[in-house]
Design a protein around this ligand. Structure first.
Ligand SMILES: [Zn+2]
Length: 104
């Protein structure tokens, strides 16, 4: 269920609600979760705001990068994304590698 956020026009704090869409559009029965004022202003949820992949990467905890590095360091060589690329031969040299494609 989507999250809808409302900014209170009284205390200016943000309240978050899970809603079915129809109820949220109507804004029915929404009160500030902090001071109880009625009719808080609907704002765009941080989940629906347009964020680039770069924004999301910048927000990652720096410990995450270390975790990825540590995990990749312990992974077997065949799990290296470039493992198979490094083993590939250009087509012009493939015949001399004994590639079964050339066995007729
Ligand atoms: Zn309020």
């Amino acid at each position: 269920m989507p999250i809808y956020e409302y900014r209170c026009q009284s205390c200016h704090l943000i309240s978050s609600y899970f809603f079915k869409v129809a109820a949220a559009v109507a804004g029915a029965g929404v009160n500030c979760q902090h001071c109880g004022a009625a009719e808080p202003e609907r704002i765009m949820s941080s989940f629906s705001r347009g964020r680039t992949d770069g924004d999301q990467l910048r927000d990652l905890d720096p410990r995450y990068y270390k975790m990825v590095d540590d995990t990749l360091g312990k992974a077997p060589p065949a799990s290296d994304p470039e493992h198979y690329l490094k083993r590939m031969a250009p087509f012009s040299a493939a015949k001399s590698t004994g590639d079964p494609y050339f066995n007729e």
